[in-house]
Design a protein around this ligand. Structure first.
Ligand code: NAD
Length: 329
C-alpha cells in the first residue's frame, strides 16, 4: 500500500470519478497527488490547489511519461466517453482512447509504477447476453466469446487484455474493475455526455422549474439497468488496487431497475408527477444489464450496497443546485 507521501497519479482527474478519487485520497491524508486531464482547469469537476494539477493530452506518449514520472500508483480513468447518446454516435472517438491506454501503460512500466488501476466497463460484455429486459446478471466470464458494445466496449476489452499481458510479460501490477453505471454529484448532467440518472434528474428539475409538467424518455422505459453510487465505486477502486486479484471484476450494484422505475424514484424525490413522452428513435443500449456480484463477494466479502433511492436523493440535490445556479433566475 502506498505511503501517505508516495506519489499517486489520477488520470482523468478533471472528470467525474477521477475528481472524486483525488478528493478521497486528500481526505485520507495523501499529500503527494498528481491529477491529469486534457480539459482546461476551469472545466474540471473538482480541482484542488494542494494537488499537482496537470493539463495534458494523454493520447500523446510524452504527456504520459510526464504524468507517470515518479508515480507509485496510477489510477487510469481518462477516456473520451459519455452516456449512450455519446458512445453510440462517437465510436471512433471512443476507440481512440486506446492511445491513452497504450501510452499510459508503457509509461507506467518504464517509470517503475508499483500498482496500476484500469477502469473498464460493463460495456465489454457480450451483447447476446443482454437481449432480455428480464436479465440474468452478468458474470465476469460472460465477456467471452467477445461481442462487446461497438466502439467503446471493444476498446475497454482490448485494454483489459493489454493490462493482463503487461502484468504477465513485463511484471507491471495491473488491477481492473468493470464499472456498471456510476452516478453521483459532480457527474456530467447536461451537454450530451450525461448518463440516464443525471439526465432524468435534469429533466424533472426543468419540468418543475418551468411548470411544463412533461418529460421525454429515451426508449419505452422498460429497459433494465443497475446503478452504482460514487462512494461505493471509490471504495471498490481502492480495494481492487490493493488486492491480489489479477482478473477484471464487476464493480456494480445489483439493484435492478427499469428506466420507468428510475423516473418514479426521481419524481418521488422531487414531489412531482410528469407526463412521460417516450422517444423510440433515441439511443437506448442493450435491453437489460445487471452485475453478478458472486466474485467480488468471494474475494472481498463486500459489494456496492448504497440504495438507489439514497444515492439519487444526493445526486438530485446536487444537480438541482447546478441547474438553479445556471437557469434559476
Ligand atoms: P468523465 O468523462 O467524467 O472523466 C473522464 C475524463 O478523462 C474527462 O475529464 C476527460 O476530460 C478526460 N480525458 C479524455 N480524454 C483525455 C485525454 N486525451 N487526455 C487526458 N484526459 C482525457 O468520465 P467518468 O464517468 O469519470 O469515467 C471515468 C472512467 O470510468 C472512464 O475510463 C470510463 O470509461 C470508465 N467508466 C465509467 C462509467 C460511468 O458510469 N461513469 C462506467 C463504466 C466505465
Amino acid at each position: 500500500m502506498a505511503k501517505k507521501d508516495d506519489l499517486i497519479v489520477v488520470c482523468g482527474g478533471g472528470g467525474f470519478i477521477g475528481g472524486h478519487l483525488v478528493a478521497d485520497f486528500r481526505r485520507q491524508g495523501y499529500t503527494n497527488i498528481r491529477s491529469v486531464d486534457i480539459k482546461p482547469f476551469d472545466e474540471w469537476e473538482q480541482c484542488f490547489e494542494d494537488v499537482d494539477n496537470l493539463q495534458a493530452d494523454l493520447r500523446l506518449r510524452d504527456s504520459c511519461y510526464q504524468a507517470a514520472d515518479g508515480a507509485n500508483e496510477i489510477y487510469m480513468l481518462a477516456a473520451d466517453m459519455g452516456g449512450m447518446g455519446f458512445i453510440e454516435t462517437h465510436k471512433a472517438a471512443c476507440m481512440l482512447s486506446v492511445l491513452i491506454s497504450t501510452h499510459m501503460l508503457l509509461a507506467a512500466k518504464d517509470c517503475g509504477c508499483q500498482r496500476y488501476f484500469y477502469s473498464s466497463s460493463a460495456c465489454v460484455y457480450n451483447a447476446d447476453k443482454q437481449k432480455d429486459t428480464d436479465v440474468v446478471p452478468l458474470k465476469e466470464e460472460d465477456a467471452y466469446p467477445a461481442m462487446a458494445e461497438d466502439g467503446y466496449g471493444w476498446e475497454k476489452l482490448f485494454t483489459e487484455r493489454m493490462c493482463r499481458h503487461f502484468r504477465e510479460d513485463f511484471g507491471l501490477t495491473t488491477r481492473m474493475a468493470r464499472f456498471h453505471n456510476v452516478y453521483g454529484p459532480f457527474g456530467t448532467w447536461e451537454g450530451g455526455r450525461e448518463k440516464a440518472p443525471a439526465a432524468i434528474c435534469r429533466k424533472v428539475i426543468h419540468a418543475k422549474h418551468t411548470g411544463e409538467h412533461e418529460m421525454e424518455i429515451w426508449g419505452d422505459g422498460t429497459r433494465t439497468r443497475s446503478f452504482m453510487f460514487i462512494d461505493d465505486c471509490l471504495k471498490g477502486i481502492q480495494m481492487f488496487t490493493q488486492s491480489d486479484v489479477e482478473e477484471p471484476l464487476n464493480l456494480g450494484s445489483d439493484e435492478l431497475v427499469t428506466v420507468n422505475g428510475l423516473v418514479d424514484i426521481v419524481e418521488d424525490i422531487a414531489g412531482i408527477k410528469l407526463k412521460r413522452n417516450y422517444d423510440l428513435t433515441k439511443p437506448q443500449g442493450v435491453n437489460g444489464r445487471n452485475s453478478d456480484n458472486t466474485l467480488i463477494q468471494k474475494y472481498f466479502g463486500w459489494e456496492p450496497s448504497i440504495r438507489l433511492r439514497d444515492g439519487m436523493a444526493k445526486t438530485y440535490a446536487w444537480i438541482h443546485d447546478q441547474y438553479m445556479a445556471k437557469y434559476g433566475s
